[in-house]
Design a binder for this molecule. Structure first.
Ligand code: BGC
Length: 320
């Protein structure tokens, strides 16, 4: 009886605390919404001169020749698919242009657990392969990407207010309060980024953001089963709510004319520093460093991650 009353009190207090501290107070939206409020810009990083982790030079594509609807008769994109992809790791498709007897892929649909639907709508299939909906990139084939067409990722933007030791919120030069987000330094190119990652076959994006945050920002892969269990409990609370801030194409340097990155980004916000304070950041998996970083328009981040942060700063009326 005493135990029951105590548990009920705890439960009510917990509900009260959550309601009042505004810890990630927005409900998670796992709905299929198309790019809320944001339209992808003309891709730039997807036309970078040298393709990542290679010496391959892209065919130069000027801004005005990016759209497929613009005539560009001289266009001769380099054909490149990395050897590591041709060796068919679990996440990679067959090379459908050469392996003619491989079973056909269900583009714009689902192949069992593999989601080949784009957040951008129906993409075209030209000469048997998908065509990048954002236009030319100067390179055909799949480069470093495993899937033909969309390669799905998910990104957790975990934020808190920047405070001094007394708990006072600090303002930026524009007079608005400064937000901080958990940022990781990627092992592949040493750039700072949101700790996101690829959606596994059959996985829902809300599970991906949580798994990737655990692996890259908390080093969960190196934990003992007991530590993992404890972490899972804490993550249950941290990731139970959140707000979707972007869904769509990403201007990623790995994109090609036939394979590209798409993501769903969520913001998990800790209004009074009470949730994430308990958790110790520790870089793991594809991340070599992790830290709370001040949000600002002058950051140089991986792919189009800066655009997601701009949206987050706007939503919280934070310094930018
Ligand atoms: C990264 C994500 C990123 C996506 C698209 C993935 O490899 O882990 O953070 O949004 O690529 O660039």
């Amino acid at each position: 009886m005493i135990v029951t009353v105590w548990l009920s009190l705890e439960y009510l207090q917990c509900l009260f605390r959550r309601k009042n501290r505004g810890c990630m107070g927005n409900k998670a939206t796992a709905v299929a919404r198309f790019s809320p409020g944001m339209k992808p810009k003309c891709h730039v990083k997807a036309r970078c001169e040298i393709y990542p982790r290679s010496q391959i030079k892209r065919f130069p594509v000027p801004d005005d020749k990016v759209p497929w609807t613009t005539n560009f008769p001289e266009y001769k994109p380099v054909d490149y698919t990395a050897d590591s992809i041709l060796k068919r790791p679990v996440y990679a498709d067959p090379d459908i242009r050469t392996e003619k007897d491989s079973p056909p892929l269900t583009f714009n649909g689902c192949d069992g657990k593999i989601n080949r639907v784009s957040h951008m709508g129906k993409y075209e299939i030209v000469d048997g392969v998908p065509r990048n909906p954002q236009g030319r990139t100067g390179l055909k084939g799949r480069g470093q990407l495993g899937r033909w067409g969309p390669n799905h990722a998910a990104d957790p933007v975990v934020t808190r207010w920047k405070m001094d030791e007394s708990g006072k919120t600090l303002n930026g030069s524009d007079g608005r309060p400064v937000l901080q987000f958990v940022s990781v330094q990627r092992r592949d190119n040493h750039q700072w980024a949101i700790p996101g990652g690829m959606v596994d076959a059959g996985e829902v994006v809300t599970a991906t953001v949580r798994r990737e945050f655990g692996e890259e920002a908390l080093n969960s892969m190196e934990m003992s089963p007991e530590e993992k269990k404890r972490l899972e409990k804490e993550l249950d609370q941290l990731f139970s709510t959140g707000r979707e801030i972007y869904r769509g194409y990403v201007d990623d340097p790995r994109n090609t004319d036939n394979a590209w990155m798409e993501t769903v980004a969520f913001n998990f916000h800790d209004e009074d520093n009470s949730c994430f304070g308990k958790i110790k950041l520790c870089a793991g998996d594809d991340a070599m460093n992790v830290q709370w970083m001040d949000l600002s328009g002058s950051l140089d981040l991986y792919a189009s991650h800066i655009d997601f942060l701009a949206e987050v700063a706007k939503n919280h009326n934070a310094s930018w």
